[in-house]
Design a protein around this ligand. Structure first.
Ligand SMILES: [Zn+2]
Length: 329
């Protein structure tokens, strides 16, 4: 963590913005770091927290002083993490009450205290209300960092009390370069297409069997449209394996089909490795029904995050997809 290589290259702008506050001696009391999942918001927040707690910071924390050693060991008493006790669960009011009790005491080392709340949109309503007062009247030299990939899910009362720091995705070229440096020989462009452009998710997939799975899912998806596979049978097969990414893949393929269908010269699909397979599919479909299918996908994506019957949703997606054959161009 001592060199700038610890900062992902696409985080350079938000990192500069954080440091500008420090240089002006005006670190905000509450900041909302928001942006898509898989961009390194946690890394950004941790690097800044460590720098605030470092005894000899330069561009980054020194990595060697007592403050850094405590921080890197995960035991710095002035760095407080608030997160759900279980993945996917909400952050309850007890966690916020414990935080408030800790903040009522003095900082252990007389310097900054940093609180990192992540994912902030998982604060339940009571927890969010309990937090409001702390955001309104923060303790001195205390920085609250709220991290989220769904800022719109946060109560307006919380949003309005935080300074916003957006974290945007890198350009495709930068993300590919970084991936190929991080995992030499990996197929950066394809990994990014399979993960909606998130370089960290893409890196996690490098070397895994997921690309083969995506190819197999694509061939079944195409077979349903061409009438050589039964939608219900395919839905059953998909449901019996890990299928979290399937909806994102289908959305990305549908977006490419729309792209190919609407660009006069055919356009360049994001899923470049599937171009030869996507082109003949695009030629069979009309734009209007592709747009209708796109809205169904958006709807399904929303429902999927709740307690839905996933197999039925997959069935409906595939049946509607096979119907598209009948209204082709
Ligand atoms: Zn240090």
């Amino acid at each position: 963590m001592t060199s700038d290589s610890a900062l992902y290259p696409w985080l350079a702008d938000p990192w500069r913005a954080l440091n500008a506050h420090l240089e002006l001696g005006r670190v905000p009391q509450a900041m909302l770091i928001h942006g898509a999942a898989g961009l390194g918001k946690t890394r950004l927040a941790e690097l800044f927290a460590q720098k605030l707690l470092c005894e000899r910071p330069e561009e980054f924390a020194c990595g060697e002083c007592a403050g850094c050693r405590l921080f890197l060991a995960g035991t710095h008493p002035d760095f407080i993490r608030v997160h759900p006790t279980e993945l996917g669960k909400s952050i309850g009011v007890d966690a916020v009450r414990q935080l408030i009790a800790k903040l009522a005491l003095k900082s252990h080392y007389g310097g900054f205290r940093i609180v990192m709340i992540s994912p902030a949109h998982q604060l339940n309503i009571n927890a969010a209300n309990a937090l409001l007062k702390t955001l309104e009247e923060p303790a001195e030299r205390t920085l609250m960092l709220l991290l989220t990939d769904s800022a719109s899910a946060l109560p307006a009362t919380i949003l309005s009390r935080c300074q916003k720091l957006p974290v945007g995705p890198p350009s495709l070229a930068l993300a590919c370069r970084w991936l190929e440096e991080s995992s030499p020989g990996c197929r950066g462009g394809i990994l990014l297409a399979a993960t909606g452009g998130s370089p960290l998710k893409a890196l996690a997939l490098a070397g895994s069997e997921i690309l083969e799975r995506r190819r197999m899912v694509f061939s079944e998806f195409a077979a349903v449209l061409l009438g050589s596979a039964e939608p219900v049978a395919v839905a059953e097969r998909w449901h019996s394996q890990p299928h979290e990414e399937f909806i994102d893949w289908i959305m990305s393929w549908t977006a490419d089909l729309i792209r190919l269908r609407s660009a006069p010269d055919g356009g360049e699909p994001r899923n470049a490795d599937l171009k030869l397979e996507l082109q003949p599919l695009a030629a069979r479909l009309n734009l209007e029904s592709l747009f209708e299918y796109w809205s169904l996908l958006l709807q399904t994506k929303r429902v999927l995050s709740g307690q839905a019957n996933r197999q039925l949703l997959l069935e409906e997606l595939l049946i509607r997809w096979s119907d598209l054959r009948r209204h082709h161009a």
